[in-house]
Structure formats: structure tokens, C-alpha cells
Design a protein around this ligand. Structure first.
Ligand code: SF4
Length: 369
């Protein structure tokens, strides 16, 4: 059934052009990438193959996937021409993700802990089970993601970052918050969100990355067409990026810091700029994206301007949401004296300076900010 989304935002030419694939899937004019991946046959015995053999097959199927995707994008092939298969590209991804859990390197912490053994946990403290704090139709996201049905947002507990100003700290810093979900339960949640009008499935938290195995398994069990949205701090490993790029229809990454010193001090994250910029570039090469940048007070020169400059040079097709809603929360709210630079909201003047700088770089931000 084709869904009609006629909210005014889609009359904006920049939005239509930059989010063309997402719009097609959202409107049921195109199949979501994960549905295509489910129809690409995997030709090895995934249970009895070595890790190296699984990755070789993954690389081969990614090429096949992108050839087919290109045909479908350009109306040279219909989804129905692809027949159901017994073991698919998605099954292969699920198997690889489950093996990564035994020596976890879903993100660049690369803790290498066996998350099936709950005695020793990694930096995110999420074990092998995924827990969802809540899920609902979110109307506070960017206009192209919301429409009349909202964004089908699923909040996973736990996070790979420790931001001192986190607004969702009760979810992000407590990996045992919420109810356990496996792939089948997650698929039911996704189906229900879409069938009740959600424009997309928005994986967030906390952070979705530690739950990649469950998310891929959820896609394996889902037969409903809906765009998959990755709403993340973008600290994924290259392996996680490889598992994601052929199943995510739209990226909603967060680019906070323009240098590593601010990232270490405020989020306890090493190698921030190198990792996060690398992953933004990969995501931009593969799909539609809206990049979020939260303007921190007193961080215009060290963070906002370098981030916007990098985006303008490396992600020219991205829409950018320059966010003004920072407020001192969580640890900053209790220990103002340790974080005097971010102990207030950004001023009107700071926001105007951020917008003027974005204008000077020809960044498209007005439709989504
Ligand atoms: S997801 Fe990242 S932080 Fe969590 S255990 Fe794996 S590598 Fe460590």
C-alpha cells in the first residue's frame, strides 16, 4: 500500500533532492534496503565458515547488493523481481555480528570482551542482551522525519559515551534500564510503529551501536517496508560500519566536537575527531543524511566552526541541523564549577554566529534547524 506524506517540508526542493531515497522508502515507492538485502542469497554455510570466509562473502554480497540497489533506484528493476531466498545477506550479517559479540569491537573502544559472559563488561556495560527503555512516535525530531505520523523511535539502554551534559543520562548511563528485547520482539515493535503511522524506525538511546546484533536480527524478522534510521554518536568500528551501510536508509549522526581535547574532557572519548569524521564520510558516501550539531556555549571556535567547515568540505549533500537546545544537565547541573564554559545555554549572539558561519559555507540547515 502506498502511503502519502504531503507535509509542507517536502515542497522544499533541497529536502526532496537530498533525501530522495528516504522519501521513496517512506512513501512506499521504494523498498527499504534491508528488504533488498533479505533477497540476496548467501552461498556459504555461515555456521561452519571461518570469520575470514564470512567477511569475504560479505564483501561479495555487498557488491551484488549495490548493483541491484542502483537498478532499483533508477527504476530499471522492481523489487518483486527479487525472489525470497533461504539464507540471505542479512543472515550473514547477523552471524558476523553475533561472532563480534564474543570479542566485542562494535565501536572504537574495541574492548574485546566476551559479552555473552556477563562477568566482564566493556566500556558501554551492555551485555549480550539488548534492553529498550521505551519506544513511541516521536514528534520532536526534524520535520522530514516526523510528518503526521512521527518518527518510530526506539530508545536502547546504554551508551559508548559518557557526556557530562547528557539529557538522556537515565537511559544512556544505565544499561539495565528497560525491558529485554530479542530480534523477534524488536521486529514486532517496528511493525507496530510503522502500522500505526511512523515514517521511519529511529534507532537511538543511549546509543544503538552496542545492540547492532539485535537490530540486524530484528530486520531479519521484519517484513514491513519502512526506512531504517541510524541516530548515533558515530563511534562505530569499521566492521560495524560495513554491517550497517547496506541496511540504513537515512543517517542521523551527531557531530559534537571539533577537536579531541573537548571530546576527552566532556565525553571521555579518545580519538573522537578521527573516528567520527571517518564514519560520517562513509555514511555520506552510502546514503541520505541529516547531521546534527549541538552548539555548546563558549565552543564556537573550537567545535562549531571546525565541525561545520569539515562538513562543508566532506559531506556536501548532507542537511545539517544546527541545534540550539543545549542546556546544562546531568553532571554539569551538579558541578557547575568544574564546567564553567558549558554551565549556561548558548546565547542568541552565539547562535547567530553559528548560523552566519554556516551561511558562509553554503551549508543547508534552515529546513531542519
Ligand atoms: S560496544 Fe563498544 S564499548 Fe561496548 S563492549 Fe563493544 S567495543 Fe566495548
Amino acid at each position: 500500500m502506498r502511503r502519502l506524506f504531503t507535509t509542507p517540508i517536502w515542497q522544499n526542493r533541497e529536502v526532496r533532492e537530498r533525501l530522495k531515497w528516504y522519501y521513496g522508502v517512506m512513501s512506499d515507492l521504494k523498498p527499504a534496503k534491508f528488504l533488498i538485502a533479505k533477497r540476496i542469497p548467501c552461498e556459504i554455510n555461515i555456521e561452519h565458515s571461518s570469520d575470514e570466509r564470512l567477511w569475504e562473502e560479505h564483501e561479495r554480497l555487498s557488491k551484488t547488493f549495490n548493483e541491484i540497489l542502483n537498478e532499483i533506484k533508477n527504476d530499471r528493476m522492481l523489487f518483486d523481481e527479487l525472489k525470497p531466498v533461504t539464507v540471505s545477506y542479512i543472515d550473514l550479517k547477523v552471524e558476523i555480528a553475533k561472532r563480534i559479540l564474543k570479542s566485542c569491537h562494535f565501536c572504537e573502544w574495541k574492548c574485546k570482551v566476551n559479552r555473552y559472559e556477563s562477568k566482564k563488561l566493556g566500556a558501554c556495560r551492555v551485555d549480550s542482551k539488548s534492553r529498550v527503555s521505551t519506544w513511541f512516535h516521536h514528534f520532536g525530531e526534524e520535520p522530514p522525519l516526523v510528518g503526521y505520523g512521527g518518527s518510530g523511535t526506539i530508545f536502547f539502554a546504554g551508551c559508548t559515551f559518557k557526556c557530562v551534559f547528557c539529557q538522556n543520562w537515565d537511559i544512556s548511563q544505565d544499561p539495565f534500564n528497560g525491558v529485554e528485547v530479542d530480534g523477534k520482539k524488536l521486529a514486532l515493535i517496528m511493525r507496530e510503529l510503522r502500522n500505526t503511522g511512523a515514517l521511519n524506525i529511529n534507532f537511538v538511546g543511549g546509543e544503538p551501536t552496542p545492540n547492532l546484533h539485535t537490530i540486524l536480527e530484528g530486520m531479519k524478522h521484519l517484513g514491513t517496508n519502512v526506512p531504517m534510521l541510524w541516530n548515533s554518536n558515530m563511534y562505530m568500528s569499521l566492521e560495524s560500519m560495513a554491517l550497517l551501510v547496506d541496511v540504513i536508509d537515512i543517517w542521523l549522526p551527531d557531530f559534537k566536537y571539533g577537536n579531541d581535547n573537548c571530546a576527552i574532557r566532556l565525553s571521555k572519548i579518545p580519538r573522537y575527531f578521527e573516528v567520527v569524521s571517518r564514519n560520517h564520510k562513509i555514511a555520506h558516501d552510502y546514503g541520505d543524511m541529516i547531521i546534527r550539531h549541538l552548539v555548546l556555549p563558549n565552543h564556537l571556535d573550537c567545535c562549531t566552526k571546525p565541525v561545520l567547515k569539515w562538513i562543508s568540505e566532506n559531506c556536501p549533500r548532507a542537511l545539517v541541523n544546527i541545534m540550539e537546545q543545549y542546556r546544562p544537565e546531568y553532571i554539569v547541573a551538579e558541578r557547575y564549577e568544574e564546567y564553567p564554559d558549558i554551565a549556561r545555554r548558548p546565547t542568541h549572539q552565539e547562535m547567530e554566529e553559528a548560523y552566519a558561519f554556516a551561511d558562509s559555507l553554503n551549508i543547508v540547515y534552515k529546513p531542519v534547524s
